[in-house]
Design a protein around this ligand. Structure first.
Ligand code: GRF
Length: 203
């Protein structure tokens, strides 16, 4: 399977997926990594793994729609079976999202539907939550709103800082995302309307 990964930053999730492909855990290969930011460390990770690294800056485009069209063209050159959003800090236009329905995944550091958007760890702390976590979901036009594939929970300890909590969540992310990508690449995971099927069974 061909996987295209979109990033904006450090790329620790990207690295976990690259490693899982390298080990043969994932029946697929990362065909390209695309970043909207030229200084994203994840680009370096791609190069170190011999994967094509592309910078497509949103600043060169007049509108979101123009950028998303260019992005779609770049992605589709690699004929992806799966598009993986791994810390890609952009809101995506409906048209773009619809083009990849059922074949685009995102990871979000909260127990969705709680805390869509940014600063999830601080918001969980401020709310006094006793548990927090991470969600992998199919992408739909609603930001952080698509059908959930899987969540992983972590405890919140009293006195936790947002940094400590984020590290605890990050640890879960790095095993969860490769697992979901593995399922997808084995044709075990699909989206049927709003329902996620694993081995043809609704989750
Ligand atoms: C992660 O926290 C992920 O959940 C969120 O963005 C961050 C990406 O980190 N969507 P990295 O670039 O994979 O290190």
């Amino acid at each position: 399977k061909s996987i295209v990964v979109l990033i904006s930053g450090s790329g620790t999730n990207l690295q976990a997926i690259l490693d899982a492909c390298e080990r043969g855990d994932i029946n697929g290969r990362v065909s390209a990594v695309i970043s909207n930011k030229a200084d994203a460390y994840g680009l370096k990770r791609a190069e170190l793994s011999g994967v094509k690294a592309v910078v497509l800056s949103h600043k060169s485009y007049a509108s979101r729609e123009d950028y998303d069209r260019a992005l779609q063209q770049e992605i589709d050159q690699h004929q992806p079976d799966l598009v993986v959003l791994a810390g890609f800090m952009r809101i995506l236009s409906d048209e773009f999202v619809q083009h990849y329905t059922g074949r685009m995944l995102n990871i979000h550091p909260s127990l969705l539907p709680k805390y869509k958007g940014l600063n999830t760890h601080q918001r969980a702390l401020d709310a006094g939550d006793t548990e927090h976590g991470v969600t992998v979901h199919f992408v739909t036009p609603e930001l952080d709103g698509g059908p959930t594939v899987i969540q992983s929970k972590v405890p919140v300890f009293s006195g936790d800082t947002a940094e400590e909590l984020s590290e605890r969540v990050r640890h879960q992310e790095l095993s969860l995302y490769p697992l979901v990508v593995k399922w997808f690449c084995e044709d075990r995971l699909e989206l049927d309307g709003d329902t996620v099927l694993l081995d043809r069974q609704p989750l």
